[in-house]
Design a protein. Structure first.
Length: 577
């Protein structure tokens, strides 16, 4: 292992602000004194930025204000100087049209907050879907030592004696309500039992997937990603991260020493083993891009063919994240996967992931299965290509009815979300279980921001006939808590005249997951002629973030980062005048 020179008080980045004897440093010191700090509390000590996505309108993060205090306590004790810096919270439940529109905003805010302030290292507090990739993307680009503190999943849901999982059971019981099998009173009663504590969704949705990725990438303390937000172990973990970041600064343990091709291949292995959210494809590609590692959807497909699903977690399995924590959490999963991992990959502990695995124990091998007793050997994810998705699209086979993994049928096409929602509630809709629903103009530009509209509701007419899954295709995303035969992330999107825009109601579409193919029964000439005559719907972005995003966002297969943010080009340190 290469030995890196340790930092000294004289080589700390923050010394440029506080340690000089010029007029500007006088101002910096005097303003610290203005806030009630003494010279000895900040002079010559690592300044640690606590990048906090706490918000009163983000239920996943309502405890992060307290966790920031736990981090501060430990930073002080370890000889550092903590400063809390609030950033956008990207609240999955409330922000419209989608938090995905603001992922890159938070990434930019994180990067600039770290770079522009007198910080030597950072602790990132997040967890709700887009906050994990955004914080990591920004901190990776800033280049200073950082450690991630995941918000953790909420407690199990409970209703009428049934264990509920957020998202997955919402969709399940909503379908039963629409079919007339659940009353309005029962549905209302369920509201008070499905989200029982602060924390993220407690199924293996996008939040849990991305927190797991952060851990296997080596960016969290071992076992951090599955600790329930309400568990007393959670603030202890936050405090331990505060202690560790001070050590990381002295060790100069920067993200480029942790985020390598090996660490991202480990993340791909874990993704398949947990049947992770399809959203992670976009986020992991974007995170890898910031680290200078080339990752594509084809990499996901390649790993899906050789890694079985061994985490028995909803929506693809039986259990919830609380059960996963009790069963040993991610370290236990890594132990089961050891033969498929690069165990020499570095972590924020300063030690390889092999040391995490050596200390791990599997406490319940029904929740975290061995490789020879997989939940399913079916692919946890598949990337399809064809004449309506030349750059690819994705499906989660483990969450779909098997009969739909090879299917041909007539298209039922919707040009926008509102038209689709109106149609599915029309019990006179001309639709059969063999139809393939197609939703256009919901991609990175057309959405805008690629909303989670890909899990189109089953038409009410079919719900009453007992249908609970059908093939659906869109350039949108879907929640990681969702399930069903949903083909997503079609690239290029319809709005920028991708071939999906040419598909019309009645066209025959064929999907074959095993063959990784998707096509519409049209010739190239017919598609070209239709596209030439097609006019995209009006999308007016007159100002602000929407205008910036529409001009610079990349397509789903490229990770939806902005074209000018990709890569590892380093911005010069800010001048101090």
């Amino acid at each position: 292992m290469t030995t890196h020179p340790r930092k000294t008080p004289e080589t700390l980045r923050s010394k440029r602000w506080f340690g000089a004897s010029d007029l500007r440093s006088f101002g910096h010191r005097s303003r610290a004194l203005q806030m009630g700090f003494a010279h000895e509390e900040f002079m010559g000590k690592p300044v640690i930025g606590i990048i906090n996505t706490w918000s009163e309108i983000n239920p996943c993060h309502t405890h992060l204000r307290d966790r920031a205090d736990a981090v501060k306590r430990a930073v002080w004790a370890a000889g550092g100087f903590p400063v809390e810096i609030p950033v956008m919270s990207v609240s999955e439940q409330y922000q419209k049209p989608t938090t995905m529109l603001y992922r890159n905003f938070l990434a930019m805010e994180t990067e600039e907050s770290i770079r522009s302030h007198p910080l030597d290292g950072a602790v990132l507090l997040g967890g709700c879907d887009k906050s994990t990739p955004a914080l990591i993307m920004g901190a990776c680009s800033a280049g200073l030592p950082f450690i991630y503190v995941p918000a953790g999943p909420m407690l199990r849901g409970n209703w009428a004696g049934k264990v509920l999982g957020s998202g997955a059971d919402v969709w399940k019981y909503w379908a039963e309500k629409e079919a007339g099998n659940i009353t309005d009173d029962q549905w209302k009663d369920m509201e008070s039992g499905i989200a029982r504590s602060h924390g993220t969704c407690m199924v293996m949705g996008t939040a849990a997937t991305m927190m797991s990725h952060a851990e296997v990438l080596g960016l969290t303390l071992p076992g951090a990603s599955a600790i329930p937000a309400a568990d007393a172990a959670h603030p202890r973990m936050a405090a331990a991260a505060g202690k560790r970041i001070v050590e990381m600064v002295w060790e100069d343990l920067t993200p480029d020493r942790i985020l390598t091709r090996k660490s991202f291949e480990n993340a791909l292995t874990v993704h398949m083993a947990v049947a992770g959210s399809t959203n992670a494809i976009i986020h992991l590609i974007a995170m890898a891009g910031r680290a200078g590692v080339s990752l594509t959807p084809d990499d996901f497909d390649a790993f899906s063919r050789k890694v079985p699903v061994i985490a028995n977690l909803r929506p693809s399995g039986e259990f919830l994240m609380e059960d996963f924590f009790y069963a040993g959490g991610l370290p236990a999963l890594l132990k089961q996967l050891e033969s498929k991992l690069h165990t020499d990959a570095m972590t924020v502990t300063g030690k390889p992931i092999s040391e995490t695995i050596a200390l791990a124990t599997v406490y319940d091998d029904n929740v975290i299965r061995p490789l020879d007793n997989a939940v399913t050997t079916a692919n946890g994810l598949a990337v399809l290509k064809g004449n309506i998705a030349p750059d690819g699209c994705v499906i989660k086979p483990s969450a779909a009815e098997p009969r739909l993994l090879k299917h041909s049928g007539p298209a039922l096409v919707f040009e926008d979300y509102d038209a689709m929602m109106k149609a599915v509630n029309d019990e006179a809709l001309d639709v059969t279980p063999d139809h393939i629903m197609v939703l256009k103009n919901c991609g990175p530009v057309g959405g805008p921001g690629m909303p989670e509209w890909g899990m189109m509701p089953i038409p009410k007419k079919l719900l009453k006939q007992g249908v609970r899954d059908m093939l659906r295709i869109s350039d949108a995303r879907m929640s990681g808590t969702s399930y069903g035969a949903c083909v997503l992330h079609v690239a290029p999107e319809a709005y920028i005249r991708g071939p999906l825009a040419a598909v019309q109601t009645g066209d025959v579409i064929s999907v074959d997951v095993e063959a990784r193919s998707i096509s519409v029964a049209l010739t190239d000439a017919e598609i070209a002629a239709r596209l030439a005559a097609w006019t995209p719907p009006d999308r007016d972005y007159p100002r602000g973030w929407g205008k910036m995003s529409a001009a610079h966002i990349r397509q789903a297969d490229k990770g939806c980062d902005f074209d000018y943010l990709e890569g590892t080009a380093k911005i010069p340190e800010p001048e101090i005048h």
